[in-house]
Design a protein around this ligand. Structure first.
Ligand code: ADP
Ligand code: MG
Length: 719
């Protein structure tokens, strides 16, 4: 419950109610009370910020442990009397030894070791004075010891605190005592107004906010286990509040979008319509899951409200054809469709597939990418602007400012979560600029092959409609997964040789070296050299062509390598994770992943999805290097047992948390500071439920709640 969050700049909770709706006043009016810098350094600017600066953990100083009852390693509070104080050693190893006993109870002795002390402390710690010390006890050479305990002088029978002692996240130079005082002051000054109506709290069994915050800053001792589990009602209240704010914002954004207009692209019904021709040209029958998604999208496109839909489907589930049918419907209605992929390789692959399907049916196709020559690009731009190109394919080059669409009706984004924030914003702007002068916004279809557990979809994409292809096309044999020690690498190389001799193909994914693209690269290059050498000199068989693919290659080179692999000219492709998404070579039937223990489940699943695309039995070999951590062991075990991407994603969420799952490394889910999506599913459901009611029944309370949690600056209408 501690991830940093941008502090809200206002103090909405403390504002007198009438100011909420009053027009903006003179800025001087809003001047914050001057605060000492230590709090500012912690990002705490208002009483509300301070009240939300929750303890990292708690210490139990509510009970005294007699010296005779000490146990090794325990954190205890104890009262005892100084017998002797002694300075030992020389600087810098000087230490102060303070020996304590309990005069009324036996002969047990406790020695305090203090490495930092002041001369006047020496004077204070005279024999006979009584101390209350708190710290971890150890059985040392000369009996019980505490190194650097906290201590203070007390009288006999001095009262104990009745509540747990909070330990706050701090920065150097901000003492806990200072923070405790600041929090107490802030809690006292806050004028409490609960933005969540009592009936909602009752419904979801949640306490009110003021008492929740007070409890969290000074909980009773009995609350410790629940607090440590993150399940205390006061904690749940805060989690609920931030989830509610997020749900409100998303539902509001969604309602707002319904007021915008998009071109209605009716599903063409006649037998010779473009979608019908496309269906006739596709060499397979759509699965029921694909048909359902096609129908959901077709219905959305026919509306004048812009579609905002996420199409989720495991790797290989067949999203491309669904996208192609949406494109066909758009073009048939006389509008343009743009499809954007995160990498050149993927964009090229889509371009080829969609162009192969649609060009013969008379659809004009244009290609836009960063690696085009200026001339190629200008020609393409011209075709886009004139409307000659009805289908526009490419990387994010598609949404750059110079690109002017004549009549953009549908934008499709593949692997949408792989696009960075800047690119997503650019997409939003580009969609708004949309269809020149028409005042209409294009429909938006996002596709993701990273199956995301329902909780995360709700939390992150609550403003989207979701279609899921939850069944793989028929005729696939599930990929067999084995977990193999790296000691058996040579055997595996021989197996690759045998496999390629039969005309099949394989991938060999190189270890991911954290934080180092350079090392990744060296690794891939070295592995490529090693495997080429090993496979070049095999008696009785021709040499295996070994290709190399990594992120530093030029787009052109990458594309050439992928094409050679697709065409079967390369037998074994050594690659970094650049092949992770979308690459489709049905003849490849073996995937070797080195140092599989370093990958997350979702990533392994994506990689594994590169094979098993044809009818042949495919294998995925996860090579690991000992020793394995318990979670790594569990992850690899899950990979062997589970083939369903959604089940694996759920497991990944439990094992590593949402940040890792979404590739956000450590940053967690944006905007969530307290809630833990792996744990707090029920609260998310509750928040969604409350948000729906609040927006209808109490829109002003809803707005206030969102402002409190997301900041006044939060753009309530356009999020
Ligand atoms: P992804 O969802 O990962 O983008 P693709 O659209 O690339 O999946 O489809 C994977 C492979 O399955 C492609 O070769 C595609 O032609 C094939 N495919 C898609 N749908 C079907 C189907 N209903 N029946 C048989 N093969 C299909
Ligand atoms: Mg795909």
């Amino acid at each position: 419950m501690t991830a940093a969050r941008k502090p809200s700049q206002q103090d909405p909770i403390a504002d007198p109610p009438q100011r909420r709706s009053a027009p903006r006043k003179d800025p001087a009016d809003k001047a914050k009370p001057a605060r000492p810098t230590p709090l500012a350094r912690l990002g705490l600017h208002t009483d509300w910020d301070i009240a939300l600066h929750l303890p990292l953990r708690y210490e139990d100083e509510t009970r005294l442990t007699p010296l005779r009852a000490l146990r090794d390693g325990e954190m205890v509070t104890t009262d005892a009397v100084v017998i002797e104080t002694q300075v030992q050693g020389r600087a810098p190893r000087r230490q102060l030894l303070v020996r304590l006993h309990e005069p009324e109870a036996g002969d047990a002795v406790l020695t305090l070791r203090l490495f930092h002390f002041y001369p006047n402390q020496l004077k204070t710690l005279q024999p006979g004075v009584r101390l209350r010390v708190h710290g971890q006890v150890r059985q040392g050479l000369f009996g019980w010891e505490m190194v650097h305990p906290t201590w203070k002088l007390v009288d006999a029978n001095a009262p104990l605190p009745s509540t747990l002692t909070p330990v706050y996240p701090a920065t150097a130079g901000v003492p806990q005592s200072y923070l405790r005082k600041a929090v107490a002051g802030a809690l006292e000054r806050l004028v409490w107004r609960d933005t969540v109506p009592q009936e909602e709290l009752t419904r979801h069994h949640l306490p009110d906010l003021p008492s929740s915050l007070r409890t969290l800053h000074a909980p009773p001792a009995a609350a410790l286990p629940a607090l440590e589990a993150g399940a205390h009602p006061a904690q749940r209240r805060l989690k609920f509040d931030e989830l509610l704010a997020q749900q409100l914002a998303q539902q509001q954004a969604r309602a707002q979008r319904r007021r915008w207009k998009a071109p209605a692209l009716p599903a063409a019904a006649e037998a010779h319509s473009l979608p019908a021709q496309l269906r006739a040209a596709i060499p397979f029958t759509l699965t029921a899951a694909q048909e359902r998604c096609v129908a959901e999208i077709a219905a959305d496109l026919a509306q004048t409200a812009p579609m905002h839909r996420l199409l989720q489907g495991d790797v290989g589930s067949g999203k491309t054809v669904v996208a192609a049918l949406a494109a066909a419907q758009t073009v048939a209605a006389g509008w343009q469709c743009a499809l954007m992929a995160p990498t050149e390789i993927l964009a090229a692959q889509h371009a080829r597939k969609l162009a192969d399907w649609l060009e013969p049916l008379g659809v004009g196709v244009a290609w836009l990418s960063g690696s085009q020559t200026k001339k190629e690009r200008e020609a393409a731009l011209q075709r886009v602007a004139s409307g000659q190109a009805q289908l526009v394919l490419g990387t994010h080059a598609v949404i750059q400012a110079q690109v002017r669409f004549a009549r953009l009706g549908l934008a499709i984004v593949d692997e949408q979560h792989r696009f960075g924030v800047a690119q997503r914003l650019a997409l939003r702007d580009s969609l708004r600029a949309g269809t020149q002068g028409s005042g209409l916004q294009p429909h938006l279809l996002m596709m993701s092959a990273t199956p995301i557990p329902r909780t995360l979809t709700m939390a992150l994409f609550g403003d989207l409609d979701v279609s899921a292809i939850d069944v793989l096309p028929p005729g696939r044999t599930p990929v067999r997964t084995s977990v193999v020690s790296a000691d058996r690498r040579d055997e595996l190389i021989a197996r690759v040789g045998a496999l390629t001799a039969q005309g099949r193909q394989a991938y060999w994914v190189c270890p991911l070296v954290e934080e180092s693209e350079t090392l990744d690269l060296q690794n891939a290059v070295a592995t490529h050299a090693e495997l080429s050498a090993a496979l070049a000199t095999r008696p009785g068989q021709g040499a295996v062509q070994v290709g190399l693919l990594h992120g530093r290659m030029k787009a052109q080179e990458k594309r050439a390598t992928m094409q050679a692999f697709s065409a079967g000219e390369i037998g074994l492709l050594v690659a970094t994770t650049v092949i992770e998404v979308g690459v489709d070579v049905p003849n490849a039937s073996l995937m070797v992943i080195e140092h599989a223990e370093r990958f997350g489940l979702s990533q392994l699943h994506q990689l594994r999805g590169r094979v098993g695309r044809g009818a042949a039995q495919s294998d995925c070999v996860l090579l690991f290097t000992s020793p394995l951590s318990p979670t790594a062991r569990e992850r690899l075990g899950a990979m062997r047992e589970l083939t369903d991407g959604f089940a694996l994603a759920q497991k990944d969420l439990e094992l590593r948390g949402p940040g890792e799952l979404l590739g956000l490394r450590q940053s967690g889910v944006p905007g969530l500071r307290y809630a833990d999506l792996a744990q707090d599913t029920d609260l998310l459901e509750a928040a969604r439920d409350t948000a729906q009611r609040l927006l209808v029944a109490a829109p002003e309370a809803a707005r206030q709640h969102a402002a409190r949690w997301l900041g006044e600056g939060f753009d309530w209408l356009s999020a």
